[in-house]
Design a protein around this ligand. Structure first.
Ligand code: NAD
Length: 516
């Protein structure tokens, strides 16, 4: 199979009238398909449990996107059986054939691009551009991991010993649980699933309960791309029930999780147990939250910094693990920067995600609203509210983009992940203090610095302890293949998605030495 080099999928801007019309058509088409029921898929067969997860549009929660059958432990046992039985063949299928399924899936997603964008807008509340970026990233993961697996299937270069025929090669692990979050409902789910599958594993995919219909779309794409039955088993369910059961199960070989720190640490703890019948140490890939900072010094381009802050803090309503939630500015530019960020923030538009007039849409659900408002109330009592600070009217889950100034280092709003449109400004005496504040967190996911001083750029490269550091640009928007993604500290296992190393998490190396 001739495979061209990987290239990043360009993201649509919807600036052309024809693109806008096509997207409106796609939204109308998808609307005619709302409210359907999606079964579990076990061993290639649709199965229904009779119990449901109801997915709604966060811009107008009375609109049901679809209902998805909810798995229970008995069905998880069946899915584990199906996955282990499919593993026998799939693990021995040549890597290039497995990769071809991913390439076909990428082609299907490309052909359905706007339709998938529309599902994202309606189910996750993403703006058109954010929705398209998510679909483009899903395509990138498929294309990129397919190529990486073809590379990893090449012979491993060893040091030859006289009188021996030595070789080493990668084999898959077995059956894994894939547990993605809702905030990149197609990209992260696709990347986590595709990586495990192309490496030769079989999986139980448990989508996030807020965006299970997008999970069902992915399962359908993979089936259409020719993935054999049982390789991907689709098992939506409540995290606390299905998640715990699957993670603790003696026949689960690995868990690939992306989500909150709380759940990730619970998974790590549960997976460390070895219940009777378990023959391996479970491997855990866990990519968790962040408290990402943008540091601005007195030499930084304040206009560029303000733009970078606003986009990183409020794009997709701040619901990105990479979102800027702290701005640490040195005293000399603090007030000027704050004024610029305030002005840009107050110019942001917010409303239903399907209307491209709005930059911001809703947060994901009522629970998120309450959590974010809790932080806002804390901020009002302990910091200086600059703008926002309230829920906006409407049936949807809209929260005004909110800035707090003079947030004290070490305080709740400076330390805890809010996961919403709230940014905290922190004043630092100088560059050294700013960097120290940036690093004084249990997280270590993304960060940016805005400075014109080469020595400081150099220092940040060495000292700013984050998995993804950006210089003089925003701290969101990692690109597959260009920005290997994953955090330090309690931000996760630093698995580095979209990198040449990522597939190794789903493989083990076997070495064979034959005497001649
Ligand atoms: P979450 O932890 O609430 O849920 C993530 C997934 O875990 C969902 O599928 C959920 O159903 C499942 N789950 C819940 N309880 C479980 C349990 N006991 N056992 C097993 N699974 C369980 O997170 P979320 O709200 O979906 O996502 C937001 C979080 O994800 C934020 O903290 C964000 O920073 C993080 N995130 C991190 C990255 C990254 O790459 N580091 C990327 C995106 C999101």
């Amino acid at each position: 199979m001739a495979v061209e080099p990987y290239r990043h999928e360009p993201v649509l801007t919807f600036s052309r009238v024809e693109e806008q019309a096509a997207m409106r058509d796609a939204l109308a088409r998808v609307r005619t398909r709302l409210g359907r029921r999606y079964p579990l898929i076990i061993g290639g067969q649709p199965r229904d449990s009779g119990e449901s997860i109801v997915s709604v549009n966060p811009s107008r929660p009375e609109e049901v996107i679809g209902t998805v059958a909810r798995a229970a432990p008995g069905l998880i046992d069946e899915a584990l059986d199906a996955a282990w039985s499919a593993f026998a063949d799939w693990s021995r299928t040549p890597a290039a054939e497995r990769a071809r399924v991913l390439f076909k899936a990428a082609a299907i997603m490309r052909a359905r691009r706007l339709e998938l964008d529309a599902w994202e807008v309606l189910e996750a509340g993403k703006s058109w551009v954010e929705a398209d970026a998510d679909v483009a990233e899903a395509i990138d993961f498929l294309e990129y991991y397919g190529r990486q697996m073809i590379r990893l299937a090449e012979p491993v270069v060893l040091t030859p010993l006289p009188g021996e025929d030595d070789e080493a090669f990668y084999i898959p692990l077995g059956v894994g649980a894939i547990i993605p979050p809702w905030n990149f409902p197609l990209a992260i789910l696709t990347g986590m699933s595709a990586a495990a599958i192309v490496a030769g594993n079989t999986i139980l995919l448990k989508p996030a309960s807020a965006t299970p219909v997008l999970g069902a779309q992915f399962a359908a794409v993979m089936e259409e791309a020719g993935l054999p039955p049982g390789v991907l088993n689709f098992v939506p369910g409540e995290g606390a029930v299905v998640g715990d059961y699957l993670v603790g199960h003696p026949r689960t070989r690995f868990i690939s999780f992306t989500g909150s720190r709380e759940v990730g640490l619970r998974i790590n703890r549960l997976a460390a147990e070895t219940p009777p019948g378990q023959r391996w140490i479970k491997r855990v890939v866990a990519e968790l939250g962040g408290k990402d900072a943008i540091v601005v010094d007195e030499t930084g381009d304040l206009e560029a910094a303000a733009r970078g802050i606003v986009v990183s803090a409020f794009g997709f309503q701040g619901q990105k693990c990479s979102a800027c939630s702290r701005v640490i500015a040195v005293d000399a530019v603090y007030d000027d920067l704050l004024a610029r960020v305030r002005e840009m923030t107050e110019a942001l538009t917010i409303g239903p995600a399907e209307d491209p007039a709005y930059f911001m849409g809703p947060v994901i659900d009522e629970q998120a609203v309450n959590k974010i408002l809790g932080y806002i109330e804390w901020g009002k009592a302990h910091a200086r509210l600059i703008t926002g600070g309230e829920r906006l009217p409407g049936p949807g889950y809209f929260i005004a983009p909110t800035i707090f100034a003079d947030v004290v280092p070490g305080s709740k709003l400076e330390q805890e992940e809010v996961f919403g449109p709230v940014v905290a400004f922190i004043r630092a005496r100088d560059w050294a203090e700013a960097l120290a504040i940036a690093n004084d967190t249990v997280y270590g996911l993304t960060g940016s610095v805005y400075t014109r001083r080469r020595d400081r750029i150099q220092e940040a490269r060495q000292v700013f302890h984050v998995g993804n550091l950006y210089i003089n640009r925003k701290c969101t928007g990692a690109v597959v293949g260009a920005h290997p993604f994953g955090g330090f500290n309690l931000s996760g296992t630093d698995s580095k998605t979209g990198s040449p190393d990522y597939l190794l998490w789903f493989l083990q190396m076997k070495a064979v030495g034959e005497a001649l």
